[in-house]
Design a binder for this molecule. Sequence first.
Ligand SMILES: Nc1ncnc2c1ncn2[C@@H]1O[C@H](COP(=O)(O)OP(=O)(O)OP(=O)(O)O)[C@@H](O)[C@H]1O
Length: 791
Amino acid sequence: MLARLFKNITRNQVELPVDIVSIISEINNLYLAMEERLANEELQHRSKELSEQIRSGTAGEFLLPEAYALVKLACRRVLGIVVHDVQLYGAIMLYRGHIAEMKTGEGKTVTAVFPAFLQALEGHGVHIATVNEYLAERDSRKMGDIFRMLGLTVGCIIAGMSPAVRKAEYLQDVIYSTHVELGFDYLRDHLVLSTGEKVQRGLYDIIIDEVDSILIDEARTPLIISAPPGSGQQYLFFIDEKIKKLSESHVQIVESHKHVVLTEEGMDYCENLFSVDNLTKQEHSELYHYIVQALRANYVFKRDVDYVIIRHDDGSEEAVIIDPSTGRPMLGRRFMEGLHQAIEAKEGILVQGQPKTLATITLQNFFAMYAQICGMTGTAMESKDELRDIYGIDVVRIPTHRPVIRKDLRDLLFFTEEAKFNRVINDIRRIHETGQPVLVGTADIKRSEYVSSMLTVAGIPHRLLNAKHIDEEAKIIEQAGAYGAVTIATNMAGRGVDIKLEPGVKELGGLYVLGTSRHESSRIDNQLRGRSGRQGDPGYSRFYASLEDEMLWQYYPERLLDELENANFDLLEPIPRKRFFKGISDAQKQVESQHFFMRKQLLAFDCVLNLQRLAMYSIRDALLETGEVHAKLTDSIPDVILNIVQGFFSNSAESFNFAGIMAAVRSVFPDRRPLKLEFQDEVTADTITVSLASQISLIFEEITELCGESVHQVERQAMISALDLHWMNFIEAVEEVKKGVGLQAYGNMDPYIQFEKEISTMFEEMMHAIRQDSLRNVWLQLQRLRPNVAC
Ligand SMILES: Nc1ncnc2c1ncn2[C@@H]1O[C@H](COP(=O)(O)OP(=O)(O)OP(=O)(O)O)[C@@H](O)[C@H]1O
């Protein structure tokens, strides 16, 4: 009775919330009116007017009924279908930023067109992410005509497209792609050298199809872009070997900062050694960085003082940092920025930590960049808490258009795999003989092949999916509803693919889905079931499991196993009692909670890094956009000098070493002109800095003025390359800290807080290093442009 107050019945006899029903009636009334009045050409005109209204500030929600009526009409005219009220309900929830749980086969692809249209009217470009490229391509093609009828353009991005093509596609109103391509484009856009090379135009709205698969199943693996080969082990050994040939006049050592720089002579010598024209050029920045680290490893960092080589029982050797304050080896820690690798190369032991990561992000943090995410799937309710906790989105269950009449039969649980598969084959034969089509789901390709060989022996014709070509698979699965068809696929295959029943098959009971094992996630099992019983079709599903299946072998509850041992059941027959089936869902729950923990942990670490990533990317973007960085560089001179000078004051103010300071300053600003120290007040790090900074700034201005217009280009490149290089090394170092934090128990300290603390300090240090390297690179390059000026 109470529910009646809040619910209402639509024309399809489905209960929906009252407010939604009134919006849906408005849409349907407008649709009916438009159907009579509006010719195809007028749809575009109307959508243009809506777009103008939205852009001039009218709320999208206010225009939703009319916009959705237009889309409904376009769907009718393009696809010949009348969109159901439940689909409109899903579409409204999507626009409001929710996850719409719509059962498989309910027509999610069309549903997504509605919010995409309304969001696209704002003019930012809406992304629709699918689980694979086949679906992105298919949906952009199939739905493309609807958008075009409404005057919008549609793009599709798949792997292998050139940046120019991508860029053009991203300019469309609605862009279909995979989450992977979208994420990698985002990362790649932060590695380009000019704004013009970026392909995306911002992240605004995204609609994620099969949202649970993307936000949950895929979320344990972050997206990573690795550096191209060249930074591999052999390369480091090669550099180390050459560096060992340098003599004293080639290097200047700054002990206090444990730093080494090349003198002019050293620079020339190295350019000869490595056959490059100018080491300070952008394209050689990585080589230059490795050279510097090799120099530090060889000239400053000493074995048994700064690090030890530990030999493990298996004969492997490891360079371990010595804690300068306690003298103890710091297991699991590594020097930052490629120095550790340089030391490993110097010592001739295995270089660890390659290849280098250029950029990385978790899917969770990537999606968090969008102004709004929403999505649809057949299976989200099981994960609604996680989706709310991590992404802050709610799941709304959308009723089906017609009742689901598929019969989900009780699992059959066997003691052994052999007994299970024998029964599977017998059951397939029995069903196949009636002409009813069977879709067999397996845990992996190996098992698919095994079932296939058994069916061949049994003389049952079938089609086997090889999981190598998603598009071919999809085409085969589409035909799995044909009379007498037996199709074998992995459980994951065919998600999002529509299986149409051949005429006459409904009368035979529809598609029979037979799962040969339970997946670790019940959502994946439900996806497999959902290949059958679509849009009110009849169908059957049944899962077969054995205690030898990988998941049950590991996680089936001990207490039930003990009981089974004493029960004296027939080993070749299914285990009879219902209570033993519960062990299957218990096992699934246990694995799922483990995976949840791993995702949470990955996210917790990435959230810390995310703040730095955002800061870094915005600095980089600003650099690309302004183009003019001279003021920034000049402003950073005092900071850089102060950082150097403070190094000399850290121990005791009295014992500061003027010659040391000068050498360190000159290593960053290599200039032969004399520098004076003039003080008004007492001698402090600040007064020394003020005095040196004003002189260096003057020289810097002189050099830059003489070099003319080319200065801007040199400065910008130097900053970007310093930024990229240090950021790449920072990411690598973060990984090491993560491992270290995981390995060591910090008393009672929370590992994330510890991690955050270490990362923040490292970030500060990196920013200093970036400023310093940018200035040094610019200085060196400008001197080369006008060698007669400075030295
Ligand atoms: N209102 C409708 N009337 C008739 N057919 C429809 C309607 N909406 C969608 N369809 C059709 O239903 C089929 C299933 O649609 P779709 O593949 O989008 O389902 P789905 O919900 O995405 O399924 P899955 O969960 O398996 O991905 C398609 O052939 C589509 O054209």
